[in-house]
Design a protein around this ligand. Sequence first.
Ligand code: TMP
Length: 214
Amino acid sequence: MARGRFITFEGGEGAGKSTQVRFLVEALMRSGIDAIATREPGGAPGAELIRKLLVDGPEARWEPLAEAVLHFAARREHVVRTVWPALERGQWVVSDRFADSTMAYQGYGQGADRDAIRSLYRATLGDFAPDLTFVLDVPVPVGLARARAREGGVQSRYERMDPAMHERLRQGFLAIADSEPKRCVTLDAGIGAEAVQAQVRTLVGERLGMNFRG
Ligand code: TMP
């Protein structure tokens, strides 16, 4: 059986990643491709436990590189227990966030050493990488307001962090996408979910040879 494809959605807060993940998995399934949606931090039992340590509590709970290590510990669990087995079964895997989030949030945003983050990547994932990554870009104030409205005013640990940190991680995502144009595409997430999804399908079609039906 052919190995499945691995597609990731990245971006700051309130960029609409979860909606795009859901839309894409539904479109793949309608077109006869067996696909699963997953998320980070999380996507496996141990990784979901680590998620709680990361998204709740005071902003300064973790030192930035320690925080990156926790994200990679969760990611290793996610990849080994969920992503790789699914790809081997021939399923397509669509993930709400992956390793670019660690480089953007902990590296560019929180100032953890970026070479150390690259080393963590190699140690835990080797040369495994997404087949295609969408960076959904939205201005920081718009994204933070959207995220806050969605959660009924309750803010996660990351949403409570300094807007300047969010600005740095936004620039980080754009820099990552610029440096890896074969893997990454940046999309303007301010144009509405249906319009973003139309672009997503076009790009999945062009880059991964997928023919969508319906
Ligand atoms: P979510 O917004 O997709 O639910 O993700 C939870 C938070 O975790 C989000 O605010 C971004 C943050 N995060 C990192 O800081 N580093 C990472 O590597 C990942 C995967 C998420």
